[in-house]
Design a protein around this ligand. Sequence first.
Ligand SMILES: C[S@@+](CC[C@H](N)C(=O)[O-])C[C@H]1O[C@@H](n2cnc3c(N)ncnc32)[C@H](O)[C@@H]1O
Length: 293
Amino acid sequence: MASSSSSSSSEEDNEVFIVTTWPSLGLTPPPEAPSSPSASVGPSAASASALDAFHASAIQRFGNHYLAAHHQPNVSAATYETGSLLYAALMTSKFPTSLEIGLATGLSAMYMAQAHVDINGGDDDSIRHICIDPTQRLPKDETSTVGLQRGGWDSEGLQHLEQSKLGRVVAMLETESHRALPALHEAGWTFGVVFIDGMHLYDYILLDFFYADLMLPVGGILVLDDAWLPSVQDAAKFILTNRSYELLMLDAERWSEHGKRYFALRKTANDTRMWNEHNRAFAISDGSENNAQ
Ligand SMILES: C[S@@+](CC[C@H](N)C(=O)[O-])C[C@H]1O[C@@H](n2cnc3c(N)ncnc32)[C@H](O)[C@@H]1O
């Protein structure tokens, strides 16, 4: 895994770039992509077929391990549907970069990195997908602690990305999100799709959202994973009733987990609240976002 230096062999070209020092990240945002704006997120015919091809090849590469991760409830890995949503969101996005908080086994990152490769071609080696994870390279036991996280990943996510030949478009910031996000913002990064899937306590999710929102252009997509958790539901309610976001409604037949496993929100405007709105209690919605199908 490349760490703060460029590499030359083809093996090394697939290594994830690991950032361990900040605020000087040593990472500059890629040039704006010329892709055209898209009206909606969803399984367009093109993205669905590219996705199915990726999924089939991932099954071939990772076999039972990959399948098992997708079929066990509550494992620390994106489901096929969540991965598909992230992939489709990027394939139809006019913004060329994505951010993920929480790498773990790297499955969601694989879908997102694959979208960048499918958009930009196999020769493009700009960093397009940034993930944040404090314990990715630590051993998988309870002695590996950073902040509140217990247990590392023994580099499993990095290995999946590198074995999939996707590592070269990915950088990992090896720290907690509350340290990494301000550094990314300071360095001028923006992201068309942000996947929040790190520490799932309410205040951590809100903090992740706060910085993600600063780096998400209008029209960008925010996905909150694990929609069954009260902390995630409350964060979604806060966002939907206090900020300019809309809940995406997707075809229930293809997207059966939509609104159950994850919330997908589109940013519709920058924050326009008045400074003195602290005079009112913030509002939360009536929970109707949980019925999204
Ligand atoms: C549910 S897993 C991520 C799963 C992955 N996104 C996927 O779908 O395949 C949560 C991840 O968040 C990471 N994490 C824990 N605390 C964190 C923090 N403060 N900042 C960023 N990531 C954190 C954990 O190490 C773990 O890898």
